[in-house]
Design a protein around this ligand. Structure first.
Ligand code: F6P
Length: 349
């Protein structure tokens, strides 16, 4: 067989481990050939690819980023996109495509199924927002990086008796904020799923200070928003005007700076902000992410050979299973509110 592979959307730690697993499994177990399309769906549209073999994939398991490159190109936004994809795959003799991505990349793979493209999905994203799988690779590393940052911010916050707002990634969901916030002992965790009341946040910080805790770490997802009202209007104003990508997502960032200013204004406490940004996506993957990405890659090749097109490999109860891509991308997997309220809630404030 000839298998194509691409990595699309935001990069994350573990992509190279997944590529390596697909290539080694395909070549060594099935004597398949693998080509890697460059820069996500853009490579398939423009017919840009590289041959991948065991030799090329040596020593990449620990490497961050993706040797294939990535982009947020959406073939359905390009002239004749789906037809170009199908024609290029056919011209290269590609029997099946392994699409490694999040909701956007896999959503395209699912829609292309209706245009005759045979695709199997592999879930990745630091946001951990894909349904159908308990976890995506990239998430564990991002949480580890955010937790280490919070640990460091705590000591400087304590020295200066400050509030430090730490803005983490998470466009629609607060998985990174919740996990890193719990692990880092944050005083407040603010997530997109639960609009926050800035005055209540400030009241709780003041109560901490009255109780003798003169420094606080507030973890906020980049996609968190204040509850409707003047605060929401003011936050919108401070963070608006960002460009939008081909999937309709605005570039986020800035809510943390807005919140730090509000905290300083409403409490009089000195406040600072740290935006972790792409530090959370860069660098070497954790052992957990390397293993998960490897398991997914091996399972994706098995799915290709079983003709299980339109499915995504997933982790459920410790086992690798297949779920319809359509189910995985139908809606975002939001934060478990029981974890947020009953577990994280015990330690907040
Ligand atoms: O891949 C998911 C993500 O990291 C989101 O958390 C974040 O909003 C977005 O990507 C940032 O995208 P870009 O790297 O294109 O700015």
């Amino acid at each position: 067989m000839r298998i194509g592979i691409l990595t699309g959307g935001g990069d994350c730690p573990g992509l190279n481990a997944a590529i390596r697993a697909v290539v080694l499994t395909a070549e060594l177990r099935h004597h398949d050939e693998v080509i890697g399309y460059l820069d996500g769906w853009k490579g398939v549209l423009d017919d840009e690819y590289m041959r991948l073999d065991v030799h090329r994939c040596r020593d990449i398991v620990a490497q961050g980023g993706t040797i294939l490159g990535t982009s947020r190109t959406n073939p359905f936004k390009e002239d004749g996109g789906p037809d170009r994809v199908r024609a290029n795959l056919a011209a290269n003799g590609v029997d099946a495509l392994v699409a490694v991505g999040g909701e956007d990349t896999l959503g395209v793979a699912q829609r292309l199924g209706d245009h005759g493209v045979h695709a199997v999905g592999v879930p990745k994203t630091i946001d951990n927002d894909l349904s159908g799988t308990e976890v995506t690779f990239g998430f564990d590393t991002a949480v580890q990086i955010a937790t280490e940052a919070i640990d460091r911010l705590r000591t400087t916050a304590e020295s200066h008796h400050r509030v430090i707002v730490c803005e983490v990634m998470g466009r629609h969901v607060g998985w990174i904020a919740t996990h890193a916030g719990i692990a880092g002992g944050a005083a407040e965790i603010l997530v997109p799923e639960v609009p926050f009341d800035v005055e209540m946040v400030c009241e709780r910080l003041q109560r901490r200070h009255r109780g003798g805790q003169f420094s606080s770490i507030v973890v906020i997802s980049e996609g968190a928003v204040p509850a409707d009202g003047p605060a929401a209007d003011s936050a919108r104003l401070a963070t608006s005007g960002a460009p939008v990508d081909q999937f309709g997502h605005a570039r986020l960032g800035g809510i943390g700076a807005w919140l730090a200013e509000e905290i300083e204004r409403l409490t009089g406490f000195e406040a600072r902000v740290t935006i972790l940004g792409h530090i959370q996506r860069g660098g070497t993957p954790s052992a957990f992410d390397r293993v998960l990405a490897t398991r997914f890659g091996v399972a994706a090749v098995a799915a290709v050979h079983d003709g299980a097109f339109g499915t995504m490999v997933a982790l459920q109860a410790g086992e690798i299973v297949r779920v319809p891509i359509a189910d995985a991308v139908a809606k975002s997997k939001t934060v478990d509110l029981d974890l947020y309220r009953s577990v994280a809630g015990v330690f907040l404030g």
